[in-house]
Design a protein around this ligand. Sequence first.
Ligand SMILES: [Zn+2]
Length: 290
Amino acid sequence: MTSDKLRLGEFDVWGLRDGNFYLDGGAMFGVVPKTLWEKKCPADAANRIRLALNSILIKTPAALILVETGIGTKMDQKFAGIYCIQTVPGLLASLSRAGFRPEDVDFVINTHLHFDHCGGNTYRNEKGAAVPTFPGARYIIQRGEWEAAINPNEREKSSYLSENFLPLKDYGLLELVDGDAVVAEGVEAVLAPGHTARHQCVKVKSRGQTLFYLGDMVPTASHIGLPYIMSYDLYPLDTLESRKRFYEQAIAESWILAFVHEPDHYFGRVKKTGKKYEFQPLESAEKPPF
Ligand SMILES: [Zn+2]
């Protein structure tokens, strides 16, 4: 599954894929024992599970908005080996398949600045310098996230790679926001703290239909259950609160959810069975052929 498309009111929304990478399954599922998570996500011999790098592209009458930019192309072989990175099809190939060029993008939204969410913000030009991939875009980032990224603590240092975000400032494309922020009509960055202190999700609304990009608040469909919170989260109890708040709205208003790291689905819904939240795939009629 390399791309996917759906119609949301008067907007078109594409799921795009930069590629896949692998992370330790135990770290991805926090306090949930392997006997439970491996039923949903089988681990390889090194105990790693496959994670996708999914972006969404939103075409509204007013703007073209890209949410997340994958892991990008700047990494060296050692880095690519550690995370077993496969950049197929690649974000730009995926964007081109949807019919757009990098210069067509008006806004880029990063949920946060860990390298698997903003690696494609920049690329290395022929001189080896990291430069913005989307030269006509404003890059929307929470101010608190930016401050954490440019001055990282020892635990987060390896996740914040400055070549992914400092060039945005140098080229005058950076737009820092404080809290919930309307990016374009119908598209809003919404604070959802937990994974980081200022992690943001993206809410897209047109003609009464809502789509919600979860970012690392819920990285895959296997993470919908409330205790399935990553060890990477800095504030897991905040993740829990964010989830409960958004899940209830999502169910009440039948939101479509979009997943950043889910390999088998770009989109889905959350349903409640008894006290448990569960993943529900979209009906195939909701996804017209690409
Ligand atoms: Zn991530």
